[in-house]
Design a protein around this ligand. Sequence first.
Ligand code: URP
Ligand code: ZN
Ligand code: ZN
Ligand code: ZN
Length: 469
Amino acid sequence: MTAPESTVIRGGLVITASDELHADVLVQGGRVAALAAHRSAAAEALTAERTIDATGRYVIPGGVDAHTHMDFPFGGTFSSDDFETGTRAAAWGGTTTVVDFAVQTKGRALREGLDLWHAKAEGKCAVDYAFHMIMSDVNQSTLKEMDGLVEEGVTSFKLFTAYPGVFYSDDGQIFRAMQRAGLNGGLIMVHAENGLAIDVLVEQALQRGETDPRHHGEVRKALLEAEATHRVIRLAQVAGAPVYVVHVSAQEAVAELVRARDEGLAVFGETCPQYLFLSADNLAEPDFEGAKYVCSTPLRPREHQAALWRSLRTGDLQVVSTDHCPFCFQGQKELGRGDFSKIPNGMPGVENRMDLLHQAVVDGHLTRRRWIEVACAAPARMFGLYPKKGTIAPGADADIVLYDPGAEQTISARTHHMNVDYSAYEGKRITGRVDKVLSRGVVIVEDGQYTGRAGHGWYTPRANCQYPY
Ligand code: URP
Ligand code: ZN
Ligand code: ZN
Ligand code: ZN
């Protein structure tokens, strides 16, 4: 299938993070070439080989999911979506860029991990992709390697205060990585939970015979997220570097971010749909069903959600990513029957994010422009992809979603496209649905059909963090 060289999308409401315009959009050579007000002389003058009718649709930038784990080795298994199935599901859900986490194996070079992730993704992706680097081992050699990675477009590094013996780094290692990032322009991302204290609580819970999934949420205490969040904020302050806290779930952790931002510090945070729409009640579902909701940071009691929504509105949290890390219930989540600490941590969601956040618009939590900000523009700016990604403006890649705001749908594993045997949102009613998806001007989803192909998606090197701070 060859795409027409030019397309005009007529009659829709173009929504970006900054504007809502009744405008026609001209796409040429895979990029946005012009916007012109409906029925204006400028719009009449737009000519193209193909016209797409967007009457009654929102015309929005393709989603940017800055936190996915495709084909990720964790908990003795691999996440069940690889780059082919996972990015195809992303496309179905209106996400046209994913930033996935390449993993350094302890004792090996960052480069080796990055090469492996390139090999996993090459030729498989339905949408454009980029990489962050997980540093499992901060030492003199990997610190030096960071500079080269930043130069070639891997401009962010994830470190963990959690998972001792796996991805854990101590404060000195995190501090050195922050100092390096302060010099080379990289952005340090931190999974902030006090993993050493959590491991003590895990051991004690198991000794008491508390083995069910709900105990995963109980031992990973909100205060231990807040403590680690506070610690990495202050380490970053002293190191003179910005820091981005991933998958924030506890209101006490949000409070740490708010306080630091009120002091004027360059600290940023993301949350994920699971923390906004699900809760510890799901972890307590009987018959081991709670295992479907085991992820870290854990789902919290419902009262934490208000702080997350508020911070997304005020800008104290900037980004909503999925942390898409699916494990099938059968055969994978089941590894932890009788011991919650052996349940692979992670949840599916790359296909659901744009819809769930549109539901947040319908429910009155976010405005339409804020929806586009947290789902498209802010992640693109934060991770050096803007304005190529994350907006609809002349020169931007024509990653465009036609969104039907009035359609009704019910989320279900029977109809989703992620390679996982359950949905965390099974039965949830959503107002709104992706109608068409263009990636660099090529229609990849249309009329309920996937029309893209594996390998259409390009690796996209990134600039440094462009978030204003
Ligand atoms: O439970 C999660 N979040 N699994 C993925 C790995 C991580 O910590 O982001
Ligand atoms: Zn109009
Ligand atoms: Zn994490
Ligand atoms: Zn993650």
